[in-house]
Design a protein around this ligand. Sequence first.
Ligand code: BES
Ligand code: MN
Ligand code: ZN
Length: 482
Amino acid sequence: MTLTITLARKVPAKAELAALAVTKETVSGAADDHLGLDWAVLNSRGFDGSIGQVQIVGGPAGPTAVLGLGEAESLSTSAFRQAGAALARAAKRHKRIGADVVDAGGDAVSKAEAAQAFAEGLELGAYTYTALKSDPEPNKLVGVTLVGAGKTITAAVAKGQAIAEGVNLARDLVNEPGGSLTPAAFARKATQVAKANKLTIKVMGLPEIKKAKLGGLLGVNRGSDQPPRFVEITYKPTGKAKGHIALVGKGVTFDSGGLSIKTGTGMMTMKCDMGGAAAVLGAVSTLSAVSPSVKVTGYIPLTDNMLGGDATRPGDVLTARNGKTIEVLNTDAEGRLILADALSLASEAKPDIIVDLATLTGACMVALGPRYAGVMGTSQDTVDAILASGGRTAERVWQLPLPPEYRSMLDSTVADVKNIGGAYGGAITAGMFLKEFVAEGQPWAHIDIAAPAFLDAPFEEHPKGGTGFGVRLLVDLIENFS
Ligand code: BES
Ligand code: MN
Ligand code: ZN
């Protein structure tokens, strides 16, 4: 947690900056309800109360950051999250700020919901990846006092901060270069997270991975000087668990494409290829704070995809954990190979549902563009739950089909299945491939986060680079599981 967020009855005198939130309606009716703000200046700067807008002007208690919440009738938690993020970005030169926003939700957004989303937004907006900068831009903001009171609001703020911390952990992991965030380094980080949050963890190294017959993971790792890891991390509720959710995350710490090598440009962002693994670890890291009454196990296969002298060759055949054989015709379709083992292992535990997250296909980016993840699966209930969670957390997800008549696109001449489909429908054929490694009858959904895991420009509460996409969605899914 980077910020100390406290509650008070009013904006304290020691705050260097006050903040308040307004809807578009407040702005257009400013003559009646002017809140003591300098509307001439606000107008001249084009402030109209749109979501995410922020302007610092003179106000009744001194300099005031005015935050836009958009239209009153479509107010949602997303507006408060974006307002928090905009404030944290705009207030970096101030040490302490006081914000009167929690009440602004009216009937649409409760005070607790507003407080949680605003606290999330503050932590998300304050995030920058500065680990490798010698002279990072200073950020003085340490404390925010929210106008509000009571246990519910206090708990909501703490929850918002815990969830944002999970998102920021995922962002850090995605932003760290592939040369330093090796599979071993990721596993060490997971071990620290487990220790700090009373989670149980099992880390398999090369010998254990061989013994467990994770042939997909071993095949992808074959061209690398870095040994693979497989992390299994578990949260157990204190009371009786009302279910068990398995989360699987693609952890390719760098994807060169292997012998089916990518282009220089295609490789530039490929440190992001463990975005699914980061989202799973980020989500699990919040659970001792959020304390849902569901057991959750994260399955995280970790390797990079390199092209050393003994790298898997196109045409090689691998045997996955569940015994199915895979003809590797393109070594750049590696994510599905390591997920094959992880989904088989997760199936063996017979959880109520399995959800995997993976930066799996460029095709999904082509289909849905930069902001949307694709979701598909064998359980429409699980897909619906994911769509509902994404709606609440403002992480955009769109369903794609898994048509049985496309299965033949994966037919191999020599093995049970090949690792690429045809020229079209690449996101779907990747999903169809994964389905082969989920036990029959096991409810499962797959979220392809290739696009939203890593952005080339800031968007809403997300910075450029690693976004931590999926962490909030997974926590919401776990909390609402029934
Ligand atoms: N990691 C990539 C997918 C990706 C692309 C993620 C762009 C984020 C941004 C994945 O391993 C990959 O290379 N997929 C191939 C599959 C193809 C060879 C069937 C792709 O999408 O081109
Ligand atoms: Mn690849
Ligand atoms: Zn990949």
